[in-house]
Ligand binder design. Structure first.
Ligand code: ZN
Length: 345
């Protein structure tokens, strides 16, 4: 599915207006845009309207804000970044309570008995704040993304909006990240914390890499110590590769990891893997679904979600005429068969 050219242009203009003219008192609006774009990528039905439960948005908020709930230090003060011009945001405070209870990672936090309450608290804030203000331009609501007032407990994306959010996912993520970072920097209350050195982006949005050791060990077993792509033996050094490239979808999904030679990984770079690799990957995920879910508890391990993300990535690649990576320097045009492969049971 592709939206008409006019429709896409109008959507981009409205989005641009949102970034240019929208008022950002807190960072919530950036998080809401990022959440809606991600959920659209991870959803099944995107042709028409898309209903999103507030609790699903709250969960995305928790994931987005979690890394930012530890003290940041590069200036003279070591403190938690202020996400608001006034007092700290309710979302950060709700997550801080989980940290105080002892959770150190978001996947741990999700296992705490207070997690559902936390999500409800965050959901309530999301409904009262960014959902109300995101589409507000100078006091006027322009509901180009979702109906407003929204039905209780959910957001309904307008006809075709989910499709548009999928199409422009990476663009929206980059715009929202850049806006969010600028917001944090411009907040005077953060100047003591930030200092001069700037590692802000990787602090706010980076993913800890340490946890990939466990992934690497499991994949080595599953792949019988062979490279996922070329099938020849791996040495002690091997790279955990994101099958759907990180540059397209910067989130860790258990089923999206494969183990490969550093050289194969480097050649593949930011490209989608060719049809033959896709076939192997789908087959691997079906065959080792239980192991991936059981062993990689720190990651989202919903096979269907991972397949929907792959479908989205391949569909986008096909629509814009991308090539896919075969091996070494060899690429081939992406074929439509890939979509059929992903959909076949
Ligand atoms: Zn290889």
């Amino acid at each position: 599915m592709i939206a008409s050219a006019e429709r896409q242009l109008l959507f981009l203009q409205q989005l641009q207006r949102l970034f240019d003219e929208g008022e950002f008192v807190a960072t919530y609006k950036f998080a809401l845009l990022m959440a809606l774009a991600e959920i659209s990528v991870e959803s099944n039905h995107v042709d028409g309207k898309l209903e999103i439960p507030m609790i699903a948005i709250a969960e995305k908020f928790a994931e987005l804000y979690w890394p930012q709930t530890v003290p940041y230090s590069s200036g003279t003060a070591t403190e938690i970044l202020n996400q608001n011009q006034g007092k700290q945001t309710a979302v950060v405070n709700a997550l801080l309570r989980l940290r105080q209870e002892g959770a150190t990672t978001i996947s741990e936090a999700k296992k705490y008995s207070s997690w559902p309450t936390t999500l409800r608290t965050i959901g309530k804030t999301v409904a009262e704040m960014p959902v109300k203000y995101l589409q507000n331009f100078g006091g006027t609501q322009i509901p180009f993304l979702y109906e407003y007032p929204n039905p209780s407990g959910k957001i309904v994306l307008n006809e075709g909006v989910a499709l548009m959010l999928r199409t422009f996912h990476s663009f929206i993520q980059q715009m929202a990240r850049a806006g969010w970072i600028t917001h944090i920097r411009k907040n005077k209350r953060n100047s003591q914390i930030l200092g001069q050195v700037d590692a802000l982006e990787s602090f706010m949005f980076g993913t800890p890499r340490a946890c990939l050791t466990q992934v690497s060990e499991l994949l080595r077993k599953i792949q019988s110590n062979k490279c996922f792509y070329c099938g020849t033996a791996l040495s002690n050094q091997a790279d955990v590769d994101h099958f759907v490239p990180w540059s397209k979808y910067p989130r860790d999904l258990a089923h999206n990891f494969v183990l490969a030679h550093a050289s194969c990984n480097r050649h593949k770079s930011d490209m989608l893997a060719a049809e033959r690799h896709l076939d192997n990957w789908l087959d691997r995920n079906l065959r080792y679904n239980a192991e991936l879910i059981f062993e990689l508890t720190n990651f989202n391990s919903d096979l269907k979600c991972s397949n929907r993300v792959a479908y989205w990535a391949y569909e986008q690649g096909i629509n814009i005429g991308s090539h896919s990576w075969v091996d070494k320097q060899l690429t081939e045009p992406l074929s439509r068969n890939c979509l059929g492969l992903i959909l076949s049971p």
